[in-house]
Design a protein around this ligand. Structure first.
Ligand code: ATP
Length: 368
C-alpha cells in the first residue's frame, strides 16, 4: 500500500500554496505537493519550468514569496540551509580538488566537529556503499567522471540527511554510464532509506528511477503519479506529448458504447477510444497513441482502428524498429515493431503499402 494512496500517511515534505516570484515574474505558481519518506521523487519538465527553484526552496537557498513548506511537520520557510536535515548534490559535483576522496567525504562531518572514530566509521561505510574503497586516497582529477559522481553522492549522504536533493545528477555522464548509474542510485537510495528528490529534464531518467514523477509546466504541476500512470494515463495533451513517443490526432468526439468515436478526417473511419472521460457530444478532443501499441501489417486486418498508409521512414534501433506511416490525408502515424527474430528484422521497407491498427483500449482520449 503506497503512502500516497494512504489517507492516513503523513508526508515528509508538504508544499502548501507555494508561490515564488522574482520581481514580477512568477516562477512557481500556487503549488501544492506532498512527498513521502523513502520516496525517490522526480521533478520533470522543460527548461525554465521551475524545477531548480523548487529544489532551491527545499534546500533553503530561496524562500517562498507565498505559502509554506513543511519538513517532518516543521515549517522550514525561514530555516537556514545548514539547519535543515537536507543536503543537495550539485550538477558539477563541487568536489574539493586538493582533497582526497576520503577527505572530500569526511569534510562535512569534520566541520560539524564529529569524533574521529565516528568520522572514520561513517566515511568507510559511504566508501563501501558507493564502491569507492579502492579510490579513497586519490584526488578528484585522478578518478573517472562516474567515480567523481559517486564521491559527490557519498559526501552528500555522509551526514545522513533526511532528504537528498539531486539536481541533474547524471547530466555530465555519457548515455551508457548514465543508465548504469541510474540503477546504482536506486540501489543506494533503497539501502540508505533516504528520501531522494531528483530534478531532471530527461523523461526516461525520471521514469526509470522514480517512485513518482511530478510533471511541471510554467511553475505548475500538471500531473503527479507513478511512472506507469504518467505514461498510460497522461492527464493532458502536454503530459502525453512530453513523455515518450506519441502520435496525436485531433478530432470531434461522438459518444459510443464504452467511450467515444472520434471523427478526424474525410474519408477515414472514425477512431474508437475507450474512455471514462466526460466530453460533450461534438467536443473537440485529441487521441494519443503510443507507437508500440500500433501494429503494422502487409494486409488488411480486423480491429477497431484500421488505417491504410505508406512507410516513409524507418528508424532501426536493434531491438525494435519505428516506422513512420503516412496516411492518405498526409498525417503520419508511428508504429513500432519488436525485432524478435533475425529474418523479420526489417520486414517493411520505404514506400511499402501497409495497414496499421490498434485496439480501442490502446488510444488515450484527451480533452482539447
Ligand atoms: P532548467 O532545466 O533550465 O534548469 P528549471 O526548470 O530548473 O530550468 P528554474 O531554474 O527553476 O527552471 O527557473 C524557473 C524560471 O524562473 C525561469 O524562467 C528563470 O529564468 C526564472 N528565475 C530563476 N531564478 C531567478 C532569479 N534569481 N531571478 C529572476 N528569475 C529567475
Amino acid at each position: 500500500f503506497a503512502p500516497w494512496d494512504d489517507p492516513d500517511a503523513t508526508p515528509l515534505i508538504e508544499f502548501r500554496g507555494v508561490t515564488k516570484r522574482f520581481g514580477d515574474f512568477t516562477a512557481i505558481d500556487d503549488l501544492t505537493l506532498d512527498i513521502y519518506a523513502k520516496e525517490f521523487f522526480a521533478l520533470l519538465g522543460p527548461s525554465g519550468c521551475g524545477k531548480t527553484t523548487m529544489m532551491r526552496m527545499l534546500a533553503g537557498f530561496e524562500t517562498p514569496t507565498e505559502g509554506s513548506i513543511h519538513l517532518s511537520g516543521q515549517d522550514i520557510g525561514r530555516v537556514p540551509p545548514n539547519r535543515r536535515a537536507v543536503n543537495m548534490m550539485f550538477q558539477n559535483y563541487a568536489l574539493f580538488p586538493h582533497l582526497s576522496v576520503w577527505e572530500n567525504i569526511a569534510f562535512g562531518l569534520k566541520r560539524e566537529g564529529r569524533e574521529k572514530g565516528e568520522i572514520d566509521e561513517r566515511v568507510t561505510e559511504m566508501l563501501r556503499l558507493t564502491r569507492l574503497e579502492k579510490f579513497a586516497r586519490r584526488k578528484p582529477h585522478q578518478i573517472s567522471g562516474g567515480q567523481r559522481q559517486r564521491v559527490a553522492l557519498a559526501r552528500s549522504l555522509a551526514k545522513a540527511p533526511k532528504l537528498l536533493l539531486l539536481d541533474e545528477p547524471l547530466g555530465a555522464l555519457d548515455k551508457k554510464l548514465r543508465e548504469e548509474t541510474q540503477f546504482e542510485l536506486m540501489d543506494i537510495q533503497e539501502k540508505t532509506g533516504t528520501t531522494f528528490v531528483i530534478v531532471t529534464h530527461d523523461q526516461e531518467e525520471a521514469m526509470t528511477v522514480a517512485s513518482r514523477v511530478a510533471v511541471m509546466d510554467e511553475g505548475r504541476i500538471v500531473q503527479v503519479a507513478t511512472p506507469p500512470v504518467i505514461y498510460e494515463q497522461p492527464a493532458s495533451l502536454y503530459v502525453a506529448d512530453f513523455i515518450g513517443d506519441v502520435t496525436i490526432i485531433e478530432g470531434t468526439a461522438r459518444r459510443a458504447e464504452g467511450g467515444y468515436t472520434v471523427e478526424w478526417a474525410e474519408g477515414q473511419p472514425p477512431l474508437r477510444v475507450r474512455s471514462g472521460l466526460d466530453l460533450a457530444e461534438g467536443a473537440r478532443c485529441h487521441v494519443a497513441i503510443r507507437p508500440e501499441k500500433v501494429e503494422i501489417h502487409r494486409n488488411r486486418v480486423e480491429d477497431d482502428n484500421v488505417l491504410k498508409g505508406t512507410v516513409i521512414d524507418i528508424g532501426y534501433l536493434g531491438n525494435l524498429s519505428t516506422y513512420h506511416v503516412r496516411l492518405a490525408d498526409g498525417r503520419v502515424v508511428k508504429a513500432q515493431n519488436f525485432n524478435t527474430e533475425r529474418d523479420t528484422r526489417q520486414p517493411f521497407t520505404w514506400e511499402d503499402e501497409v495497414w496499421i491498427n490498434w485496439t480501442a483500449g490502446c488510444g488515450v482520449l484527451l480533452e482539447r
